[in-house]
Design a protein around this ligand. Structure first.
Ligand SMILES: Cc1cc2nc3c(=O)[nH]c(=O)nc-3n(C[C@H](O)[C@H](O)[C@H](O)COP(=O)(O)OP(=O)(O)OC[C@H]3O[C@@H](n4cnc5c(N)ncnc54)[C@H](O)[C@@H]3O)c2cc1C
Length: 524
């Protein structure tokens, strides 16, 4: 007999995992010996009240001594000689498309402009040493995509789009900690993600898939409205009739290349702002109400949403115990983002703090048509560079000073290791952004008095929250609305945001391609 039970425990009792069977037997009012199997399937912290509780959900099997839990499996076919599908980009969308393709009997050929994950780590170390961005191997480009050196948060609001659990299972099968399968807010951490990504790559190669790193796709070949091939940075041409375009939203050159071929693109709303950072201790105090046994709880998170002047202003991609990183992809621009290690123990808490941006906010950029948002984004990234301290040194201001519109005479210590440069950010951020961000911070600061403290800092700019462009596709087949064989996919296509939703999109696109192939075979 299988039962599901919920337990609410103190953080102290919840850490005693050896006692779970006993707790369950008490709830079920049966002897411990009758419990054949128990599995934690949900774990969350309820910190709404001072009396913090841990909520646990278990699946319990009773009176079935021979019970064997179902194994999570991934069983790819050998696809060495199968029909090929080209994929641009080895980010979550591209990699999970490849995993699904090999399950469905198709052969992925992946082109990635950046390096494999090991070389990418070295390139990032060199970037810090030289204080200079490597334009093809950085925090956005390279194996694993933008999510590799991240917080590795694996939750998404878009669960309707696909099977979130399957994505978590695949991460787990490739080396992520089992707790991602039951945590309410699972995360992997940038110290663990590179190995997981490497395992995924090895799995794809073992099945017969092929990776080409350090290989940028510079053009796509279209004949009579159909994909025919790719032009690569090494000068060669790769022939293909099926192309998963999962190049992410930092690859502005890809959008420009598509537009130069008159491929239909659409503009969409997006968001930009700054990264804010606080000592983690302050966030723990606020969120956990000065809980005395803080060591029993994970680094606290927050989620701020305010409506200001009819616009959403919100925290984004919060990284508890994390660090702020330079996530630019070109010289002379500053883009910041956040990542954290699995233990989330840096002592800092950072988060994007961004303002919704609609087409009507971009009157000065209207002349760029569909690229208005993209040009505005670049403009802001260049402004951040011009107001920084040179190289990767980012412009920054104490939040207290930003609200009072005064220059910070000095800056608090921050996790951003390339250095911060005092800048009057209210002077160069567009007025509507600066005012909305300031107002939202003030409203939140009134509610949580400690949040805006003398160590709270903002660093600019957080500009790559989501794509300002969508590459329109058919809702059912995922194929581009005009070009046969072109499958826009993931965040860059404007259909996902974050690791999990991009991975789901990759799997959905792979499935659609496989379905088309099977139908074609039947009709042949
Ligand atoms: C520092 C950082 C931290 C983040 N933290 C989180 C987090 O904790 N949780 C979360 O859900 N999301 C996070 N994100 C966002 C998340 O990483 C993205 O939403 C996700 O990676 C998008 O997946 P994708 O596959 O669509 O695109 P990407 O991950 O951007 O991958 C696109 C890939 O395509 C390659 N490419 C681009 N152009 C070409 C070309 N012409 N030829 C060949 N290859 C090309 C790029 O090099 C890149 O590897 C973070 C992002 C960053 C930068």
């Amino acid at each position: 007999m299988l039962k599901q039970i919920d337990l609410v425990l103190s953080p102290f009792d919840a850490q005693k995992t050896d006692n779970y069977t006993e707790y369950a037997s008490k709830i079920l009012k049966i002897s411990k010996n009758r419990i054949s199997y128990i599995k934690l399937v949900k774990h969350s912290i309820d910190a709404r009240q001072r009396d913090i509780k841990v909520q646990l959900r278990f699946v319990v099997v009773i009176d079935e001594p021979n019970y064997k839990p179902e194994k999570i499996i991934f069983d790819p076919k050998n696809i060495t000689n199968s029909k090929e599908v080209a994929i641009i980009g080895a980010g979550p969308a591209g990699l999970f498309a490849a995993l699904r393709l090999i399950e469905l009997g198709l052969k992925p050929i992946i082109f990635e402009r950046g390096q494999d994950v090991l070389q990418r780590k070295r390139d990032i170390a060199t970037m810090y040493k030289n204080n200079k961005i490597n334009i093809n191997s950085n925090y956005c480009y390279g194996e694993g995509g933008a999510g590799t050196f991240s917080d590795g948060k694996l939750y998404t609001r878009s669960s309707k789009r696909g099977n979130v659990n399957r994505i978590l299972e695949l991460f787990y099968l490739h080396g992520a900690n089992e707790n991602i399968l039951y945590e309410a807010h699972p995360h992997i951490g940038s110290d663990k993600l590179p190995k997981v990504i490497e395992n995924i790559r090895n799995r794809i190669i073992e099945a017969g898939g092929i990776f080409h790193f350090n290989t940028q796709v510079v053009d796509i070949i279209i004949v009579k409205g159909k994909i025919k091939g790719l032009k690569l940075s090494n000068g060669s041409i790769f022939k293909t009739t099926n192309l998963v375009l999962s190049s992410g939203h930092s690859a502005k050159d890809v959008y420009k290349m598509l537009a130069s071929k008159n491929i239909l693109l659409e503009s969409k709303d997006f968001a930009m702002g700054v990264r804010i950072e606080n000592p983690q201790e302050i966030i723990n105090k606020i969120q956990y109400h000065n809980y005395p046994k803080i060591e029993l709880l994970p680094a606290a998170t927050y989620n701020i949403i305010q409506q200001v002047n009819g616009k959403g202003v919100y925290s984004f991609c919060m990284c508890p115990g994390g660090v702020i990183v330079p996530a630019s992809t070109s010289e002379n621009e500053i883009v910041v983002n956040g990542m954290s290690a699995s233990k989330r123990n840096s002592g800092f808490a950072n988060s994007g703090f961004v303002c919704e941006i609609k087409n009507e906010d971009l009157t000065e950029f209207k002349k760029f048509g569909v690229f208005a948002g993209l040009e505005f984004q670049s403009h802001l990234e260049q402004l951040a560079f011009n107001n920084g301290g040179g190289g990767l040194m980012a412009p920054a201001q104490r939040i207290l000073d930003f609200i009072q519109k005064k220059k910070s005479s000095d800056l608090p210590i921050s996790s951003y290791i390339s250095g911060t440069h005092s800048s009057e950010m209210h002077n160069w951020l567009p007025k509507f952004m600066s005012e909305n961000i300031s107002k939202a911070l003030q409203i939140y600061g009134q509610r949580e008095k400690d949040f805006i403290n003398e160590n709270a800092i903002m660093i600019g700019v957080e500009s790559r929250t989501s794509s300002p462009i969508r590459i329109p596709r058919n809702r059912e087949t995922f194929e581009h609305v005009e070009i046969k064989g072109l499958y826009p996919c993931g965040e860059g296509a404007g259909y996902a945001g974050g690791i999990v939703s991009s991975a789901i999109d990759g799997m959905n696109v792979a499935q659609s391609i496989a379905k088309t192939k099977i139908n074609n075979r039947c009709n042949a």
